[in-house]
Design a protein around this ligand. Structure first.
Ligand code: UD1
Ligand code: CA
Length: 454
């Protein structure tokens, strides 16, 4: 859906609730605050930001509270235009929404309230919610989902006619209400005035002793306002993240969505079920991704490149057209040139691999000296023998070769066209000079001809 078609016909404010403790995650301060937990290479809240962006709201308010400094630092750096509203103490979702509206005293129009722990929400979910809200001229519209076991989620209670009656939290529900399968996704549209009035009437008379936003929806209904409950077609994909199992569910949903998008564009993924492609990975049509492969955010993969099975590409990796990364190969912060190959049991970290170079089995770029990372340059058409360790910073020139198990130290760079063998490596005399190898370590052919290629 295009941006223009999602733009508000009347003023829109968006309120994102992100002040909660995330106490069901355990782990305490060693973890980032829940809204900043990693979800396929991006913080949870960044997924929410992206879903909201096409709506181009006039006001964006993020309610912060628990670990507010961390969250506000992230907002300042990553969410231009968002305003933080502090909620201290965190006395429930209704309390949070009330503080946000107090920060918009004169606002008239629609208010979209979104829980910051639903990274799977899509722009289309929000557009559908707003479209119904406006078409029905409702004072409140809630997006719901239907699943077999809504667990601890709030249940949507409807009257005999099937119209929305109220939302009851699982903790406060009767056994009969707990059997309801329609749940509250935590995505709502309100008329600003109706929301203000309803939030003024909330009690804390519930199991958690908090002001519930869910009660505000019921209050709009009780005061005679029009309330719509819209069932999302894929409501099961809109489960909030409260614990690690929920995060895994959210990741699975987004992961499948990302793989599908790549496949629709012409990327050949053999087994999306075992393929993790994080957010913001660029893959050209015609590339192939084989099973059990992990591709980190920020990687770029050219046409005809082949990755996996059992491969891991980490941040900043670039595979140019036709490059091949095979099983049990990890690549980090490296560029692998067109048609170059590293097919077995290799680590390439902070490396430049030239076009058509072949990196044999078990090659390691030793990029870390215990203090700092260093780069390795492998020239075009070079051939790195099996088991070679390239101790960075070092290089192998264009067409250069290393023998099996060579250890190439920083001050032993292999010149273009030369062959180096041994530990530490030494450059063999060129063919023209052969016979002058007084050390007698065997013929160059014996030592240099060990690189694998398949
Ligand atoms: C909430 C809903 C529930 C719904 C579910 C959907 C309420 C009372 N319950 O339950 O009906 O099915 O979401 O995922 O709203 N937050 C604040 N300030 C607070 C408390 C929470 O900003 O004082 C934020 C949290 O950071 C979170 C969101 O509000 O992003 C939801 O809070 P959470 O405690 O996760 O509510 P649920 O129990 O999941
Ligand atoms: Ca939640």
């Amino acid at each position: 859906m295009g941006e223009a078609s999602l733009r508000a016909e009347r003023p829109l404010a968006v309120v994102i609730l992100a002040a909660g403790k995330g106490s069901r995650l355990g782990g305490g301060d060693a973890l980032p605050p829940k809204p900043l937990l990693d979800c396929l290479g991006l913080p949870l809240l960044e997924h929410v930001r992206r879903a909201l962006a096409p709506l181009a709201a006039e006001h964006t308010l993020v309610v912060t509270g628990h670990r507010a400094e961390d969250l506000e630092a992230w907002l300042g750096a990553s969410w231009g235009g968002a305003r933080a509203v502090r909620q201290v103490p965190q006395n429930g979702t209704g309390h949070a929404a009330r503080l946000a509206l107090e920060a918009l005293p004169d606002f008239e129009g629609d208010v979209l309230v979104v829980y910051g722990d639903v990274p799977q929400l899509a722009s289309t979910d929000l557009a559908e919610l707003l479209a119904v809200h406006r078409a029905e001229d409702a004072q409140a519209t809630v997006l719901t989902g239907v699943i077999a076991e809504p667990g601890m989620l709030g249940r949507v209670v409807r009257d005999e006619a099937g119209a929305f009656a109220r939302i009851v939290e699982a903790r406060d529900a009767t056994p009969h209400e707990l059997e309801l399968r329609e749940f509250n996704t935590g995505l709502y549209a309100f008329a600003a005035g109706a929301l203000r009035t309803a939030l003024g009437s909330l009690s804390t008379d519930n199991v958690q002793g908090e002001e519930y936003l869910t009660d505000a929806v019921g209050a709009v209904r009780e005061s005679g306002g029009r309330v719509e409950a819209v069932v999302a077609p894929e409501g099961g994909a809109l489960l909030g993240v409260n614990d690690w199992a929920d995060l895994a569910t959210a990741v699975a949903t987004l992961r499948a969505r990302i793989c599908t998008e790549h496949m629709r564009r012409g990327v050949r993924i053999t087994d999306p079920a075992t393929t993790v492609i994080e957010a913001d990975v660029a893959i050209e049509p015609g590339a192939r991704i084989l099973p059990v492969t992990h591709i980190g955010t920020g990687c770029r993969i050219g046409a005809g490149a082949k990755v996996g099975p059992f491969a891991r590409l980490r941040g900043g990796t670039v595979l140019e057209a036709g490059a091949e990364i095979g099983n049990f190969v990890e690549v980090k912060g490296s560029t692998v040139g067109a048609g170059a190959k590293a097919k077995h049991l290799t680590y390439l970290g902070d490396a430049e691999v030239g076009p058509r170079a072949n990196v044999g089995c078990g090659v390691v770029t030793a990029n870390y000296d215990g203090q700092a990372k260093h780069r390795t340059h492998i020239g075009p058409d070079a051939s790195i023998g099996s088991g070679t360790v390239l101790v960075a910073p070092t290089s192998v020139g264009a067409g250069g070769r290393t023998g099996a198990n060579a250890v190439v130290l920083p001050d032993h760079a292999v010149p273009p066209g030369a062959t180096a063998v041994g530990v530490p490596s030494r450059v063999l005399p060129s063919e023209a000079d052969s016979g002058e190898d007084a050390a007698g370590h065997g013929s160059p052919e014996e030592q240099a001809g060990e690189s694998t290629q398949s």
